[in-house]
Design a protein around this ligand. Structure first.
Ligand code: C2E
Ligand code: MG
Ligand code: MG
Ligand code: MG
Length: 279
């Protein structure tokens, strides 16, 4: 049945009908199954320092459907949020990250941190925080090895902030994702739980050195530094963008120029290669 349905849905994925009822139903049913079987998994994108050493891996959710192929997170995360499946998806991703942490440790790469994206809807109850901590305990993973990425718009109400403070107190790193793409609320930078700021790829310069957004990006980087936050520029695709990030004083960088999202095995091979080169 799922198979038949999947085949019939191909058109919806390639057209602009992502909002259609059929698509929603497909995603809802399909996601549920994908969480249970192994069609939903994590891909890992390296995060590098200014010398291009890999310091962390960001887990990005991937859904590979047998009938349709690869489905992008941007088209299923919102539906997962609306249907409540985001909690199961989020725990699945946390599990992937815990397993990755164990494997990294076993390979002598315990210095590599793991980032996981967290939806605001996962942060609306204490139960979830307890569940998170229980999960980590099961895998014997320290929250200090994990950075939770939360988008800036997600950080508005007080109960969310309370939960984030709680998570930070437990040892998790908290990164504001896509900073500068939305409201770029400076008040979020004043929160002690914010350990890292990920500047949105729209702030990465395109070429012109006197560009207004370079001025904005540079000022934001300085602001974050003065406030003691770790700063990262996302979406780096070109050498000039990497140069800009380095000159402006970004601690970390991420983007296709350095590495695309990949399997954990590939990421570990990369880390080994990099570290061999550095010796
Ligand atoms: P994000 O967390 O900001 O992740 C960065 C996105 O930019 C990823 O897309 C990544 O593949 C892409 N990217 C990385 N480097 C470059 C680059 O140099 N150029 C360009 N053009 N893109 C680059 P992806 O994997 O499609 O994920 C999209 C968004 O979906 C993520 O944005 C995140 O908000 C959300 N997402 C992904 N996985 C999860 C998850 O497990 N849970 C939740 N709640 N959201 C997730
Ligand atoms: Mg992210
Ligand atoms: Mg981002
Ligand atoms: Mg994003």
């Amino acid at each position: 049945e799922a198979k038949k349905r999947g085949k019939n849905q191909v058109v919806f994925f390639s057209s602009q009908q992502n909002e259609s009822i059929e698509y929603r139903l497909f995603v809802e049913q399909g996601l549920y199954n994908a969480i249970v079987n192994q069609d939903l998994y994590a891909s890992f994108q390296p995060i590098v320092d200014s010398e291009e050493n890999i310091v962390a891996l960001e887990a990005l959710c991937r859904w590979n459907n047998i009938d349709i192929g690869h489905i992008h997170p941007e088209s299923f995360i919102p539906i997962a949020e609306e249907t409540g499946l985001i909690n199961a998806l989020g725990l699945k991703m946390l599990r992937e990250v815990c397993i990755a942490n164990v494997l990294l440790r076993e390979a002598g790469m315990s210095h590599i941190k793991l980032h996981v994206n967290v939806s605001i809807l996962q942060l609306n109850s204490q139960v979830l925080v307890d569940q998170f901590l229980a999960y980590l305990k099961d895998f014997d993973v320290s929250p200090k090895d994990i950075v939770l990425e939360v988008t800036e718009t997600a950080m508005h109400d007080n109960s969310t902030k309370r939960i984030l403070r709680e998570l930070a107190k437990s040892g998790f790193g908290i990164a504001i994702d896509d900073f500068g793409a939305g409201f770029a609320s400076v008040s979020e930078l004043t929160e002690p739980y914010t350990t890292m700021v990920k500047l949105d790829k729209s702030l990465a310069p395109t070429g012109d050195v006197t560009n207004t957004r370079n001025v904005i990006a540079e000022s934001l980087i300085q602001l974050c530094q003065k406030l003691g936050k770790t700063v990262l520029l996302e979406g780096i695709e070109k050498e000039i963008q990497a140069d800009f990030a380095r000159q402006a004083g970004c601690h970390y960088m991420q983007g296709f120029l350095f590495a695309k999202p990949m399997s954990l095995t590939e990421a570990m091979q990369r880390i080994t290669q990099k570290e061999a080169q550095a010796v």
